[in-house]
Write a protein that binds this ligand. Structure first.
Ligand SMILES: [Fe+2]
Length: 264
């Protein structure tokens, strides 16, 4: 009897952990800016790690319903280069069908041998990869600059890029720790990932541990405001896992972001 009970608890426990990695949710992020007229709609996907359990057609439909202007990726879409590239490329291939600009930076799991081949594959799929570079464009009449920082972040490369920025400035950076100390005050929004929200969380407390942030971190997941000018920094807990495919009280997710204009 006791063994049946333990078996049942184990079964439902594992099933719950599986669902936390498969059934993605959507974060809704709202930011205001005097530099925007009307509204910009962004999608941010991060730390996918080639998650084999995500239903990509369902993801594409969910994104399409939001009617975004651009798709942004903040690293660790691939879980190292010792697993087939196809694990991450299939996501880009599916989202390419939306015919939207795709702009990405790389994370810590996308460094080392294999990086060159990966970068070529992303380029072939129409992904604009930024490695300490700017990307400028216009959305609904709004001039914007995206500053994409390669991993690891270097403040000495960031500050000159910020000086070149015009219009509304979006910053893509895999990990938030170092950029928090380098913020210039001119950023419109900084998008990051890396923490996975701790993967396992304690309700009411948050992450027990997050990479790069340590135990019981403040910046584990969500929207923060940093520096004297209270620049919005979003830490996205990601669409996948690394090491163990386990999540608790922290379902995988992507972000739908609205940037609305505000009066001067
Ligand atoms: Fe990651």
């Amino acid at each position: 009897m006791i063994y049946s009970l333990i078996g049942l608890v184990l079964f439902f426990g594992l099933f719950y952990l599986y669902l936390q990695s498969k059934m993605f949710t959507v974060f809704h992020v709202n930011v205001q800016s005097k530099k925007v007229q009307g509204e910009l709609r962004l999608i941010q996907i991060t730390d996918y790690h080639g998650n084999p359990w995500i239903d990509l057609e369902k993801l594409k439909t969910s994104i399409l319903a939001f009617k975004p202007d651009i798709l942004l990726f903040t690293g660790d879409m691939q879980d190292n280069f010792d697993v087939p590239l196809e694990r991450s490329l299939r996501l880009f291939r599916t989202l390419r069908e939306l015919n939207l600009p795709m702009v990405a930076v790389l994370g810590n799991h996308e460094q080392g041998e294999g990086k060159e081949q990966y970068e070529e594959a992303l380029k072939a799929l129409g992904v604009k990869l930024l490695k300490n570079e700017c990307y400028q464009g216009k959305i609904r009449g709004n001039l914007f600059t995206i500053i994409g920082m390669d991993h690891p972040f270097h403040a000495s490369l960031y500050t000159p890029l910020m000086r070149q920025s015009t219009g509304y400035t979006l910053v893509l950076c895999h990990a938030s720790k170092l950029i928090r100390e380098a913020v210039t005050g001119e950023e419109g929004l900084i998008l990051t990932g890396h923490t996975h929200g701790g993967q396992g969380r304690i309700p009411g407390i948050g992450a027990v541990y997050a990479p790069g942030e340590g135990f019981f971190p403040k910046y584990d997941k969500g929207l923060y405001h940093i520096g004297e000018k209270r620049i919005p920094l979003y830490v996205n807990s990601g669409l996948g896992n690394t090491f163990l495919p386990l999540r608790a009280f922290n379902a995988v997710a992507y972000a739908q972001i609205r940037i609305r204009g505000e009066e001067e």
